[in-house]
Write a protein that binds this ligand. Structure first.
Ligand code: ADP
Ligand code: MG
Length: 242
């Protein structure tokens, strides 16, 4: 299992006159097994920060440490993370089983172990009766669960979620939130979850990082952030009582 340390993490896009700094020195310690939500308005740098943890975006300064190992120079595949996106592209021609198994097959894992991992994930996500279906034969919520299953079977040390619920309707979003909470209770995998929705953040977070314009405004439990906002930005974004 793994803690995550962000040490003075900086991101700049572009070069020379085009240079744009979008992350301004973020420091945070996420504990092993903790569920942390990164919340803030659109464009504040949430995805950029998450993508740097994932290794999908180069870091411009500072250090990211996963499980005691500095990962700045490591490829995504070497980081022991799994990411769940908003636009979960499933392979349309493959069954649910094959969609979940695909990443393990290309790693040449023995089929018996693949089957065991997929069955376990399908059990947790209640997909056991759908393993032979194709994505088009599933509801939106079921597809989202397959996308999560694909992440689970890899047994990563860290889960990264980038607004995975924002394409779902309100009812499904609430239901999927409960599933994500159950998943975290059962597997205890250190998780970073990005959303622009403060209600979602308050519901899911053990602790939350509130961001504004590339800076971390506050890092605390939902209670702390709500009752003791660190800035007027946090108070108004979260809707704290005056
Ligand atoms: P969020 O996920 O919080 O909405 P992003 O991390 O996507 O924010 O974006 C943060 C800032 O960085 C925004 O101003 C955005 O326009 C800019 N940005 C994001 N990706 C790139 C990129 N590839 N090149 C240049 N600027 C980018
Ligand atoms: Mg984003």
């Amino acid at each position: 299992m793994a803690s995550i340390s962000l040490r003075n993490v900086v991101k700049k896009y572009g070069k020379g006159k085009q240079e744009l700094q979008v992350i301004h020195g973020v420091d945070a310690e996420i504990a092993d097994r903790e569920f942390v939500v990164i919340v803030g308005p659109s464009g504040c740098g949430k995805s950029t920060l998450l993508r740097m943890v994932a290794g999908l975006e180069e870091i411009s300064g500072g250090e990211i440490d996963i499980g005691g190992r500095v990962v700045n120079e490591l490829e995504p595949a070497e980081r022991d993370i799994a990411m769940v996106f908003q636009n979960y592209a499933l392979y349309p021609h493959m069954s649910v089983f094959d969609n979940m198994a695909y990443g393990l097959k290309i790693k040449k894992m023995p089929i018996a172990e693949i089957k065991q991992r997929v069955d376990k994930a399908a059990g947790i996500l209640e997909l056991g009766h759908l393993l032979d279906r194709k994505p088009r034969q599933l509801s939106g919520g079921q597809r989202q669960r397959v996308a999560m299953g694909r992440a689970i079977v890899r047994q990563p040390q860290v889960f990264l979620f980038d607004e995975p619920l924002s394409n779902l309707d309100a009812k499904l979003r609430a239901q999927t939130r409960l599933e994500i909470q159950k998943l975290h209770r059962e597997l205890g995998i250190t998780s970073l979850f990005v959303t622009h929705d403060q209600v979602e953040a308050m519901t899911l977070a053990q602790r939350m990082i509130v961001m504004n314009a590339g800076r971390m405004e506050q890092f605390g439990t939902p209670e702390e952030v709500y009752h003791r906002p660190a800035s007027t930005f946090v108070a108004s974004f979260i809707g704290s009582p005056p």
